[in-house]
Design a protein around this ligand. Structure first.
Ligand code: HMG
Ligand code: MG
Length: 311
């Protein structure tokens, strides 16, 4: 008997992480006004969700020490549009800072491995959840929407391959705490399509509906788009990406740029999948950001389109 396969989705949500995942890893300190302009331009390019910054400890991520100033600037400028931009909060202290600005979307970020939980959060696999439980509970009580990241889902630079069930265990604990969407992170870019399908299938087998999942790829090994293709075939409809392919994690050895938003947009357009994003506007934004950072974008699509425009 032929089992009918679901076709690719008609529409995908691109969750832009450039201002947060991108800029958290830049050596240069980017002025707050440049960050605000980056966010404004990304919104103007049609990106439906733009993760703006992190309320983490400023000593841990000095690049985002201006989180409150950035969000105040954006709220003064854009009002509710800015209050709806998601921000990372690892703990109740971070949540307090988001509540003080009346922000409405926060994300906690867990690790699937013991080593990265220690390095990124100064916690164990178990105590990271003790930190998230009151944070998520209070955020939900305040009427906020909470996303939950899981890092090192496909491999860890210190521990090597990560068992599927270890990832599912952390992810389902976050869902049990009340997070709305789980973003499964390939922090160091080692995932391949078969592994993506196996992980999504493991979550499905654990009873997690596909619409609760998002995929977050880094392009270290050039596999990010192939991995998106596997995610689409498995029925996942939210993908994280970073304008110009900026990004990485300061606490993960070998975490390079995220999947570039432009590469994802080009790919989805080719498949006839709606995304609502103006490619030229994102490319112009990444070109402008590259000037601010003093180095060209690593995105193949950005380079090709800018070279074409220059001919
Ligand atoms: P800790 O040192 O254990 O903190 O760090 P603590 O709870 O012991 O508190 C120590 C002091 O820090 C206290 O101050 C707190 O108030 C203060 P004191 O009383 O000593 O004066 N503090 C804070 N200050 C401001 N904002 C806060 C905050 N929290 C405590 N939120 C902590 C624990 C979680 C804070 C630390 O480890 C941290 O900030 N880690 C963040 C690391 C990070 O941001 N990594 C990058 C993001 S994750 C990522 O990129 C992966 C992702 O993209 C997905 C993927 O690719 O896989 C999401
Ligand atoms: Mg990341």
């Amino acid at each position: 008997m032929v089992v009918p396969q679901p076709g690719p989705p008609e529409r995908v949500t691109i969750y832009e992480v450039g201002p947060r995942d991108g800029l958290q890893n830049e050596k240069a300190l980017v002025p707050v006004e440049v960050k605000a302009e980056f966010v404004r331009r990304l919104l103007a390019a049609g990106l439906p969700v733009v993760e703006a910054t992190s309320f983490v400890h400023p000593k841990w991520v000095p690049q985002l020490a201006d989180a409150a100033e950035l969000m105040s600037t954006l709220v003064a400028d854009l009002g509710d549009l800015a209050r709806n931009l998601p921000v990372l909060v690892p703990n109740e202290r971070g949540l307090d800072r988001a509540v003080a600005l009346d922000l409405r979307h926060v994300a906690v970020f867990a690790s699937a491995t013991e080593t990265f939980a220690a390095r990124n959060l100064n916690r164990t696999l178990e105590t990271q959840l003790d930190m998230f439980a009151p944070t998520v509970a209070r955020a939900l009580e305040a009427g906020m929407d909470v996303r939950g990241y899981v890092s090192m889902c496909f491999g860890d630079p210190w521990e090597g391959p990560v068992p599927l069930q270890q990832v599912v265990a952390v992810g389902t604990r976050l869902l049990d705490l009340g997070v709305g969407q789980l973003s499964l992170g390939d922090t160091i870019g080692v995932a391949t399509p078969g592994h993506v399908q196996a992980l999504v299938a493991a979550f499905t087998a654990a009873g997690v509906p596909l619409d609760r999942l998002a995929l977050h790829f880094h392009d270290t090994y050039g596999q990010a788009l192939a991995n998106v293709h596997a995610g689409l075939a498995a029925g996942v409809t939210t993908y994280d990406a970073s304008a110009g392919g900026l990004g990485g994690c300061p606490y993960a050895r070998s975490a390079t740029g995220n999947l570039a938003t432009e590469d994802l947009v080009w790919f989805l357009t080719g498949l006839g999948i709606e995304h609502g994003v103006d490619l030229d506007a994102v490319v112009a934004t990444s070109d402008w950001m590259a000037e601010q950072l003093g180095r060209p974008s690593p995105s193949a699509v950005v380079r090709a389109l800018l070279d074409g425009a220059a001919e």
